[in-house]
Design a binder for this molecule. Structure first.
Ligand code: HEC
Length: 191
């Protein structure tokens, strides 16, 4: 009987199919969703994503945005001046926007496995995504003030998440001269 009902329901047209549907039994559809998930490979530890992707690109954004304290907003050698500079920033902003999702994928360390399941962690990761998306928009608009705001959002997120999940990490935002590894050689040499 059930089979027949289903068959009749399905014959009633697209709208009904969507609304009431020809959806398979719940356990069947859950299985399908599971099968449809891409397989994430647990290759890169979250700590490495932090260092090589998040921290690296955040510094590029922060330094381009410059000193944000009132009365101190002067241009520096990191202030974007031409299309090429903005293009470089586009890479950093895009990497950050993508990185929020990257830290939802656990790497091999055991801590990673626990962190990604934690709803608070997932919320912080979403905040990184949002700040990254804001930075992408700022670059599209060639708007340094907007880029600065995205950078401010990022700082808040980094600090809040570290405080919660790794309180022993320093919260200091390093200057370019302290972290020359974030910049091509010719940009740090003169400093
Ligand atoms: C969702 C939480 C979360 C967010 C958001 C986050 N971090 Fe992290 N970060 C961590 C955790 C946890 C570790 C330590 C990982 C470990 O020990 O395996 C870490 C590690 C690091 C490290 C490596 C520290 C070391 O000594 O090896 C750096 C650098 C870093 N984060 C920078 C940043 C920056 C910059 C931001 C913001 C732009 C940020 N993080 C945002 C959770 C977060």
């Amino acid at each position: 009987m059930k089979m027949i009902h289903t068959a009749i329901g399905c014959g009633l047209g697209a709208v009904l199919v969507i609304l009431a549907g020809c959806a398979p039994a719940p356990e069947q559809s859950a299985q399908r969703v599971e099968q449809a998930q891409p397989e994430f490979k647990s290759v890169v530890p979250i700590n490495d994503v932090m260092v090589s992707i998040i921290d690296h690109n955040a510094h590029i954004i922060w330094n381009a945005a410059g000193d944000r304290s009132p009365g101190k907003r002067t241009a520096s050698k990191y202030t974007p001046k031409n299309d090429q500079d903005w293009h470089y920033l586009e890479h950093a902003a895009t990497a950050l926007a993508a990185s929020g999702n990257m830290i939802l994928i656990a790497g091999p360390p055991k801590d990673d496995q626990e962190w990604v399941k934690n709803p608070e962690w997932r919320k912080f990761a979403q905040d990184v995504t949002n700040a990254g998306a804001k930075a992408v928009a700022a670059v599209e608009h060639r708007n340094l003030e907007e880029l600065g705001t995205a950078g401010d959002d990022l700082v808040v997120t980094c600090e809040a998440c570290h405080k919660k999940f790794k309180p022993e990490l320093p919260a200091h935002v390093a200057k370019p001269s302290e972290q020359p590894e974030h910049y091509p050689k010719n940009e740090t040499k003169a400093k």
